[in-house]
Design a binder for this molecule. Structure first.
Ligand code: ZN
Length: 704
């Protein structure tokens, strides 16, 4: 809702779901009660779950011809994709494990909530979940929970009212209608806040191709049908639903067209348009910024950063051309969409159908799993606190820190050897690396959610209470120094399966939930530890120096510390990754956008190189562990372990969807493509020029 962040959080793994599982993204809190569940050892997982095993390989395949099948062919043949999954791979498997853990925690919280003190983690989590799961009550209530909000929209009688309402909707409902304004660390000085103005949201976030395709495109037809069904379910008469559906598609298409491309949205230099308040006001005269800020509760700033000035101009034109009623109808659709997960279960069917069209999966996740996702989206830290207590141990934290130490040392060693980089830039890069501020497992200080009122029988009210709390908390930070919450992003909660480099804080966060098998097997041999989890840590380290990260300095400020020639050399190097991606088809006839994935791909290349380098250093320190296991050297096991981790059984629809719009490549791409840039990979398996796995040296990227 705030900074229209291209990538505040960068992550190697993320479960994707389209349409159906949009949880509220406002983070919530917690207090310290709730030891409902005693600490328990994690459940055991085996080779079918992608725990490293030679039984997951297909040794009948020549690694020089198809390294992916060699490393993971056994698993691919043996373990089918479950029918309700568009993609089956380690994030799904580990995600399932985490879900089982969360289920146990939530069941305990639900049991304890009635007697737990108000505002404790168990009460908040237990009652929020109970309210969501009571589908009979939700059906009985019908559209009643939104009546008050609809009345607010009905009362809009001028553009000025609409502007005020936009701020109200942001504050109360978490909807950025047409535009958004909010605080985020200043790009020029990450120790203080700036106010950013930017595009509002549209109902589809990650599927912008729908807005950009013509009326007959199947995905657009599916979305149109979805909007129509949502309106019908909300009680709109057929002709009225027809009219508003057309309007929603038209407005969102116009709003999308006015925005930068996804790749440009990651270019901070394009977004960093600081201007006086009057200048921002002039771009969009109809929305009085002073009124907007006072409605939001922000003191009026002297200047703002307007991320996409042309977007503001386009909205101004729309407000001139369209009748007010159009925007009121659109606002109501957004309310229905925003809270539909907490209304009648009749809204499930349109969501299911849209999800099927977008991902090829015909069924929604079971209700209890959707309930867990909602608790995670709304009460992430309270739930995490219960999770860490039950499932994370200090030995894992210590072993993770050991990996980090070796990876950081490997990067420190590699930077001076980058022959394309000048000495001056190398010094600045080392300075940035040494300033990394890394966090492991969970936050030192949890957010206090004890003031949030969560009840067992009103899920819409609960959602709104959480949204208001989150916004109030963010706004309260204004005027002071930047105070970032550790482990509180949608993708950085301790229960999120993720590791994320934070640009503004210049450091990464490794969550408790990702620190378990198959990503991390603390007791496996060094190759498996360093070239799976170690390489993921290396991936995050590299993000500090990828196409986006390199634009920020040691303090997390947007500042160019590169010489012009080094920048040129970097771009030339990065282009090799763009070319490699563009020449790979994941589904026949569907080209990949190499530019969109270049940051992730560079991080993967860096990740495996750092993992391997760190492994070599570790084996020097621990020579007795440098042994062949199952007939493979530590060097060979390193690359097998990496490629096997990313094995993936996926539908074609899923791969097409990812190729079009996701900023992470699908896992299947990550198995071998990064290895092909590394000489040590070729040496480990005797891969030579002429072999299918061979990438000519001049096409190998040599960034980090
Ligand atoms: Zn990443």
């Amino acid at each position: 809702m705030y900074f229209p962040a291209p990538c505040k959080n960068r992550h190697p793994v993320r479960s994707r779901s389209v349409g159906a599982a949009a949880t509220l993204s406002i983070a919530v809190t917690l207090s310290g009660w709730g030891h409902a569940l005693a600490s328990q050892p994690p459940t055991q997982i085996g080779p079918d779950d992608l725990a490293f095993s030679v039984s997951n390989m297909d040794t009948s395949i020549d690694p020089r011809k198809d390294f992916y099948l060699f490393a993971a062919g056994g698993w691919l043949k043996r373990v089918p994709r479950p029918e309700d999954r568009a993609s089956y791979s380690f994030p799904v498997i580990q995600g399932k494990r985490i879900k089982d853990q969360l289920k146990a925690i939530i069941a305990a919280a639900e049991r304890d909530a009635p007697t737990a003190p108000k505002g404790t983690s168990a009460q908040l989590v237990g009652d929020f979940y109970k309210a969501f799961m009571d589908v009979d009550r939700r059906r009985e209530e019908g559209m009643k929970p939104l009546q008050e909000e609809f009345a607010k929209v009905d009362a809009i009688s001028s553009i000025a009212d609409l502007a005020r309402y936009s701020a109200y909707a942001a504050k109360t409902d978490g909807i950025a209608l047409l535009i958004s304004y909010g605080p985020s660390p200043d790009l020029a000085d990450s120790s203080r806040y700036a106010i950013y103005g930017g595009p509002g949201s549209t109902a589809l976030k990650d599927e912008r191709d729908v807005y950009r395709s013509d009326e007959s495109a199947p995905r657009r037809i599916a979305y149109r049908k979805y909007v129509h069904e949502m309106l019908s379910t909300a009680g709109y008469a057929p002709t009225e639903a027809d009219r508003v559906t057309k309007l929603v598609l038209d407005i969102e298409t116009e709003l999308d067209k006015a925005q930068l491309s996804p790749a440009d949205k990651r270019d901070f230099n394009k977004l960093n348009n600081r201007m006086a308040l009057a200048q921002a006001q002039a771009l969009l005269p109809q929305i009085d910024v002073k009124t907007y800020f006072s409605e939001l509760g922000i003191p009026e700033p002297k200047d703002v950063i307007v991320t996409e000035p042309t977007y503001f101009t386009a909205v101004s034109n729309m407000l001139k051309q369209r009748p007010l009623q159009d925007f009121k109808d659109y606002a109501k659709f957004r309310l229905i969409k925003q809270f539909s997960d907490f209304l009648s279960p009749d809204f499930d069917e349109p969501k299911r159908a849209l999800n099927q069209a977008f991902t090829g999966v015909a069924t929604l996740r079971p209700l209890d799993e959707r309930g867990i996702a909602q608790v995670q989206g709304g009460l992430g830290q309270p739930l995490s606190q219960l999770y860490v207590h039950a499932y994370y141990d200090e030995d894992t934290r210590r072993k993770t820190s050991e990996l980090i130490t070796y990876i950081m040392a490997a990067m420190e060693k590699r930077i001076p050897t980058r022959d394309w980089l000048s000495d001056k830039t190398k010094v600045a890069a080392l300075e940035k690396l040494k300033a990394f501020n890394n966090k492991v497992g969970y936050p030192d200080e949890w957010i206090d959610y004890s003031s949030v009122k969560i009840v067992p029988d009103n899920p819409v009210a609960n959602a709104k209470a959480i949204i208001s709390f989150g916004l109030k908390r963010e706004l309260a930070k204004l005027g002071g120094p930047v105070k970032s919450d550790d482990f509180n992003g949608e993708s950085t909660l301790p229960i999120a399966m993720n590791a994320a480099y934070q640009i503004f804080e210049n450091g990464f966060q490794i969550t408790a939930a990702i620190s378990q098998a198959p990503a991390f097997e603390p007791n496996a041999d060094p190759a498996v530890r360093f070239c799976r989890f170690g390489a993921l840590i290396g991936h995050e380290t590299t993000h500090g120096f990828d196409s986006t990260g390199r634009q920020f300095d040691a303090k997390g400020n947007l500042r160019n510390w590169w010489t012009l020639e080094d920048t040129k050399a970097f771009v030339t190097e990065a282009q090799k990754l763009v070319d490699q991606t563009a020449h790979t088809e994941l589904a026949p006839g569907h080209a990949n956008d190499g530019k969109l994935w270049v940051g992730e791909n560079m991080a993967d290349v860096g990740g495996i190189k750092l993992g391997y380098t760190a492994l070599m250093d570790y084996l020097k320190d621990h020579p007795q562990e440098n042994v062949k296991i199952d007939g493979y050297t530590q060097q060979q096991r390193c690359f097998i372990a990496w490629a096997q981790l990313w094995a993936e059984n996926a539908t074609e629809a899923y791969l097409i969807n990812v190729a079009k719009s996701a900023d992470h490549p699908p896992n299947i791409y990550r198995t071998v493509a990064p290895l092909q840039h590394f000489d040590a990979f070729y040496e480990a398996f005797g891969i030579k020029e002429g072999d299918p796995m061979w990438l000519p040296p001049e096409k190998r990227v040599n960034t980090w």
